[in-house]
Design a protein around this ligand. Structure first.
Ligand code: ATR
Length: 290
């Protein structure tokens, strides 16, 4: 590090378990940049000051995570199209006039689908969950060309809100909301084709690894491919159930990787080579175990 070292970092609350510093510093090393990426625990009351301070100090960029992805928007000069659609920003890039906000969760998810060979194009899709992670997940499913979407969430109202956010952008896609697994199974049976599922709740995440948001066996029999947004544990109960019923399953580690990769690409105006993917995933696995 020297007088020219550029600073980047994560703002969230909490940030103690984040693997972003390990990932971003490895990217910095691979591309031989004179930069460093840190993590800052910023409470909501200090968010505006943190953004202003970052600008004054010339901090090159931030990742923004829970609970600031929406609240940070008023402090930005501009936001990109994905951020506008989702109402959520996870990446800030410095400009002399102020930070520009981007959402890389959505393109990160799409790149993970592509990497794993998961296609939602013309498919029936189930989204489990309706929180922050589900917001990006629904955006990615719709952008990937899903034909029909079923949102299952414990709280019906949140599922409806999520649907409303997107229906104007995708008027041709039929979207249904249900809060019970039985109702979901009934609607799924209307279709002869199998369903691709994106699990976007926190249920099943370490240390509560014996749980799954959906438990009905009949549900899993209709699943072709299941993607869990959770990456710790690497194989969740949801994934085990998908596989036991004959489907293929993936976890959320690549989504986390590619959202970070996309942020790095935005900050540095370059394209990260796919040849680094497995190496970067290993770095993230190592950082998770600490
Ligand atoms: P995140 O940013 O991780 O998505 P969130 O916005 O709090 O976090 O959303 C958590 C999601 O997990 C929601 O869909 C939540 O369901 P509710 O909207 O009904 O709260 C879901 N979830 C969390 N715990 C759950 C549980 N025990 N059973 C079913 N769903 C649960």
């Amino acid at each position: 590090m020297d007088v020219n070292t550029k600073l980047y970092g994560l703002m969230g609350h909490p940030v103690g378990h984040s693997v972003s510093p390990a990932l971003q510093n490895e990217l910095i090393r691979l591309y031989g940049l004179n930069a460093v990426y840190l993590a800052w625990d910023v409470e909501t009351a200090g968010l505006e000051e943190a953004v202003k301070g970052g600008k004054s100090l010339g901090i090159g960029g931030f990742n923004v995570t829970v609970p600031h992805k929406k609240n940070v928007i008023p402090y930005l000069k501009d936001i990109d199209e994905a951020a506008r659609k989702l109402g959520s920003v996870n990446t800030l890039k410095y400009t002399p006039e102020g930070y520009v906000g981007y959402n890389t969760d959505l393109p990160g998810l799409m790149r993970a689908f592509e990497y794993d060979g998961v296609s939602f194009e013309g498919r029936n899709a189930v989204l489990i969950g309706a929180g922050g992670a589900a917001n990006a997940a629904l955006g990615a499913i719709l952008e990937s060309g899903a034909n029909r979407v079923l949102i299952i969430n414990r709280t019906m109202e949140r599922a409806e809100e999520l649907k409303q956010r997107f229906e104007a952008y995708y008027p041709a896609v039929r979207m249904d909301c249900v809060s019970s697994q039985t109702a979901a199974v009934k609607l799924m049976r209307e279709e002869t084709d199998k369903w691709n599922v994106l699990q976007a709740t926190s249920v099943g995440m370490y240390p509560d690894t014996e749980a799954a948001a959906v438990t009905e066996e009949a549900f899993y029999e209709m699943v072709d491919c299941g993607v869990d947004i959770i990456y710790n544990p690497e194989k969740t109960l949801f994934m085990k159930k998908v596989e036991a019923a004959g489907g293929t399953a993936y976890n959320g580690l690549k989504m986390l990787l590619f959202q970070g990769v996309r942020s790095f690409e935005i900050w540095n105006e370059l394209k990260v080579d796919d040849k680094y993917t497995e190496q970067l995933l290993d770095i993230m696995r190592g950082a998770m175990k600490r």
